[in-house]
Design a protein. Structure first.
Lengths: 274, 274
């Protein structure tokens, strides 16, 4: 049995989006090994019910536990919103999601107390960003907007396409009208649309990327719990492992396009067995 | 045990798209009862692998058999392309898909032997429409184009939106250049985009809707196998049953917007248990 602090960190998402979180963990917490799971056989999570997302998340957490992870990151806003609090009580390792770190940073950033949140239908309907923000800043105005076409547009690599620009204009117009000064990118796919969203919102609106905030939060958590690996960080680290429930090759290609390292393969598993 | 020919017909799809097939069955084979299953917890199927679609289809067929269906319709082009032939050999009831009837009608329709097919990535990559068409018309030219954004656009009800028009123009331009005279709508969502697709392709191109052809094929099959129900058809038939793996309420609302009857509810089941 590996000494506890040398065990890997488990990170999961509905698919490729959570790789933006894995990327920030690699950049900001060198020396740590990651076990990543992307639920590509059941993606997307954004339009599905709480009950279903909770069942899927429990299966994934059981799989990650077979990999002896020392901590778990729910790198999916929908699963963070629907499943994190219930799963926390069923676990003996620390678990963090992307919603709370994003909400906290937005509260530290805003000057006019008007915060926008964009995400999937599930994330926005859950109201969880609003709840976390109001706990910190009870007088904050939070305006949530679901952007259901952003995920398919990112998955089609239409990152700077006129169609994406048009949809962004529609989704974001209500937020511009409300004069927010801070916007949370509340879905792990959305940082890949940063250029388009930034252009529409303008330089006066700060974009908060929960992926980055989550990596910082995870680092702090590992230090507090004395779980930080003592291994020296190496260039081109290869101790990470990637698992998916389907389409391993296209996952690997996408991963290699956004991660700071090249991965050789993603292993396909049957998540329904967990 | 119900007399065999009075048993219901099982119809399944990844989600709501197959309701266009259920609608044609209700219109064209009065008196028959339907058991419909929509796999809304794992939708969409279009970007997933053959192995995964086959596993999902087997689970659904096992569920439909618990409902004592007399025949099964695979009302999903991706599942028809990836799973139908393998499942056929494992079953003791007749099963038909949407691909073969669509291919047959396209062959009867074309005059210049240039046939276009639009569908999901999975359906187009399978090459199954081309294969079936070439069996009937070995000299036909078949041009397949994947339209991955059409399903999310339909699910957002953007049926006549300028964005949908723009995407349709891009996807269909290669088909216009190749001067096809017949276009198969090779995904059960696409008949809902008929107006946009028809406007771009023009009056000289005949659109083939496999949902309608499948209902006709099913009627013939039931008659040949002496499985046609002898029940008199009733106005506002309510003997149908609807099952989903998630989001039963939004499924019911969508169903009521496109079916000729109103359904009271869709029942949620855990398909992973089958």
């Amino acid at each position: 049995m590996t000494e506890k602090k040398e065990r890997p960190i488990g990170i999961f998402d509905s698919g490729v989006g959570g790789l933006t979180v894995a990327r920030e963990v690699m950049r900001n917490i060198p020396g740590e090994r990651i076990v990543y799971f992307g639920d590509t056989a059941r993606v997307p999570y954004g339009n599905k019910s709480k009950e279903t997302i909770l069942r899927y998340s429990r299966q994934i957490v059981r799989f990650l536990q077979t990999q002896e992870v020392k901590a778990i990151v729910v790198a999916c806003n929908t699963a963070s919103a629907f499943a994190l609090e219930e799963i926390r009580h069923e676990l003996d390792v620390p678990i963090i999601g992307v919603v709370k770190p994003g909400a906290k940073t937005a509260c530290e950033t805003t000057k006019n107390n008007r915060i926008g949140v964009i995400g999937t239908k599930g994330t926005i309907a859950s109201g969880l960003y609003t709840e976390f923000i109001r706990k910190i800043k009870p007088d904050a105005q939070v305006i949530g907007v679901a952007c259901p076409l952003f995920v398919p547009l990112v998955e089609e690599s239409m990152l700077k396409d006129p169609v994406t620009m048009e949809m962004a204009r529609r989704y974001l117009s209500a937020l511009k009208d409300r004069r927010i000064d801070t916007l949370i990118l509340g879905c792990t796919h959305y940082p890949l649309l940063r250029a388009v969203i930034g252009e529409i919102m303008g330089a006066d609106v700060t974009l908060v990327n929960p992926a980055y905030e989550t990596a910082r939060g995870l680092k702090k958590l590992l230090e507090e719990e004395e779980l930080r690996s003592a291994r020296p960080a190496k260039e081109g680290e290869t101790g990470h492992r990637f698992f998916v429930s389907d389409a391993a090759e296209s996952f690997r290609d996408f991963a290699n396009s956004i991660l700071p390292i090249d991965i050789e393969k993603a292993q396909k598993i049957n998540i329904e067995e967990y």
